[in-house]
Design a protein around this ligand. Structure first.
Ligand code: ISL
Ligand code: CA
Length: 557
């Protein structure tokens, strides 16, 4: 993962290895099960490293693998320095780091330090009494004068963010489930413990961290500020100084509240904070203003392109973008943005093309590279996720029918994208010899890795090409982004320019054919780099595109 010596005089930015890298997200529970208990594990993952090497990815972001009661599938950590037995042992983890490194792949751990599990030793101690030395590791408040909650802060998983602890007569804060008490970052002892733990993992040879809801750590609950609090960037700079400085690692913060200007604070080159952050504007743009993610707004390509352009421009001179369509909290990309019924292969490829040829570091969520779709669930019993189950209870109480709830949940719940990786047409998709912890998407019979690898025209090989192109073409990594035809409701067109090179990307984001008129400035001839239907070497005054057809062409001079 060292910087390849590719002197291109047009590149003025200081190169970092992660600029040309692609990250692959693994949700360990659903990736590969080695022992038939129905739960993916580290040995299973090690067995699939050759597949990932073939795909060409540089980094694995591993969702949490630490000791946990699994109230939120591991985002509730009981011991930061041990591995959950269902996932394996520390020895398995060390072997993973070594085996991945041998294939040129680094491991990013998920740093979940906004909160712990209620089973974490710190919280167990904190509950013992108001004068316990660990009490201040968490956020406690007295009841309001009527005995009720201290204020109206709400949990992201529904209901109040405050839970009463009767034995000590105070409420504690949990911005997620009640089994995920929030850490008190104002306490310097908490910060010191987190840095110590981070250094312990970094010394074990990991490639960096993905930082869970990191924009919440500067919260000031009495002022009802949760995200983007006044000391957030002080804490991040402090963290950087104590752990990341002088280490060549990748860090990415999950920041739902980030704006283009705060992104420069998080990821600015001279800031000493993070490599990059995840912004979610293309995600929330589809959410209803009142009902949020449980009710979607229709797809609007013009608005979507505007979001991407805004972010490409905002971080063009400083900072760095991360690029993603999906993750373990979001619907499957092809189901959300593509057409998973009529054009599953073509639309998966075209979505990949338009995303991967932008400036930033692309993230691929496991299974996306073979075009996995949202699993169609029929009943609430098929769901496992605490967020969905809580929401079901609340919405049922509010009078919503189970059928109506399932309809919305199938589109937006986190479980529909958490079904196991589809490896083959074998029983349980080759994921496990036992019964998977959550049902497989039945379409594994046709959509699976084995079939995809064997077929040169598959979604998998398209991703493989895009990942390779980023490593061999500086214009993809560093080229200046310019959008075209912003108001066109069906075409996604942009160029990337670096020195005398220009990359032109043209995509039809629709299930209907398109006859596209192009402005003079886009007419060109060049080398076809990637395409969905047929290579195109010349762009004239108009272009006929099939449904979900896309292409990219490189011209010089
Ligand atoms: O999933 C969501 C929206 O689709 C959010 O409610 C989600 O909880 C938010 O994205 C924060 O996510 C992260 O922290 C959570 C954990 O449940 C998620 O899996 C994680 O990605 C709490 O640790
Ligand atoms: Ca297992």
């Amino acid at each position: 993962m060292t910087d390849a010596a590719r002197p291109n005089p047009a590149v003025t930015e200081e190169r970092r290895w992660w600029h040309a890298s692609t990250v692959y997200q693994i949700y360990p529970r659903s990736f590969a099960d080695s022992n038939g208990d129905g739960i993916g594990d580290i040995p299973g993952l090690i067995g699939r490293l050759d597949y990932l090497e073939n795909l060409g990815i540089d980094v694995i972001w591993l969702s949490p693998i630490y000791t946990s009661p699994m109230d939120d599938n591991g985002y509730d950590i009981a011991d930061y320095q041990d591995i959950a037995p269902e996932f394996g042992t520390l020895a398995d983890f060390d072997r993973l780091v070594t085996e991945a490194k041998a294939r040129g792949i680094g491991i990013l751990l998920d740093l979940v330090v906004n909160h712990t599990s209620d089973e974490h030793a710190w919280f167990v101690e904190a509950c013992k009494g108001r004068d316990n030395p660990f009490r201040d590791f968490y956020v406690w408040r007295d009841p309001a004068s009527d005995g009720g909650v201290p204020n109206e802060l709400a949990s992201h998983f529904g209901g109040s963010a405050w839970e009463f602890h009767a034995p000590t007569g105070q409420y504690y804060l949990h911005l997620f489930s009640r089994r995920q008490p929030d850490l008190n970052w104002e306490n310097p002892k908490v910060r010191a413990e987190v840095y110590r733990m981070m250094n312990w993992w970094l010394d074990r040879g990991i490639a960096g961290f993905r930082m869970d809801v990191i924009d919440l750590i500067g919260k000031q609950v009495d002022a009802k500020i949760t995200s983007d609090g006044p000391h957030l960037h002080d804490y991040l700079q402090d963290m950087h100084r104590e752990t990341l400085a002088h280490r060549d690692v990748l860090t990415v913060g999950e920041t739902w509240s980030v704006t283009p200007s705060s992104a420069l604070l998080y990821s600015g080159r001279e800031r000493g904070e993070l490599s990059m952050v995840f912004q979610f504007e293309h995600v929330t743009q589809r959410w209803d203003e009142t009902y949020g993610k449980w009710r979607s707004k229709p797809f609007d390509l013009v608005a979507l392109k505007a979001v991407f352009s805004k972010w490409q421009q905002a971080l063009s001179e400083d900072g760095w973008n991360s690029l993603f369509w999906g993750n373990h909290d979001l619907p499957r990309a092809v189901s959300r943005y593509g057409d998973d019924k009529a054009f599953p292969v073509q639309s998966a490829k075209t979505l990949a093309t338009v995303l991967h040829l932008m400036k930033g570091t692309p993230y691929v969520y496991q299974g996306e590279e073979i075009g996995m779709t949202n699993a169609p669930f029929r009943s609430i019993d098929q769901y496992r996720d605490i967020e969905t189950l809580n929401m079901y209870r609340l919405q049922r109480k509010a009078g919503l029918s189970p059928e109506a709830f399932i309809l919305g949940a199938n589109e937006n719940s986190r479980d529909n994208a958490r079904t196991p990786m589809q490896w083959s047409e074998e029983p349980h998709g080759g994921f496990s010899e036992g019964t998977p912890w959550i049902e497989m998407n039945p379409n594994y019979v046709t959509i699976n890795a084995e079939a995809a690898v064997a077929d040169e025209s598959s979604v998998f090989h398209h991703y493989r090409r895009l990942i390779t192109l980023r490593k061999t073409h500086d214009v993809i990594v560093y080229g200046h982004y310019q959008s075209w035809l912003d108001q066109h409701p069906q075409a996604f067109v942009y160029t990337r320019s670096l020195g005398d090179e220009r990359l032109t990307v043209i995509a039809n984001i629709a299930s209907e054919a398109l006859s596209l008129d192009l402005p003079d400035e886009l007419r060109t001839t060049g080398e076809p780099l990637i395409w969905t239907h047929a290579p195109v070497a010349t762009i004239g005054e108009s272009l006929q595109l099939a449904a979900w057809e896309s292409l990219a062409l490189l011209s010089r001079g």
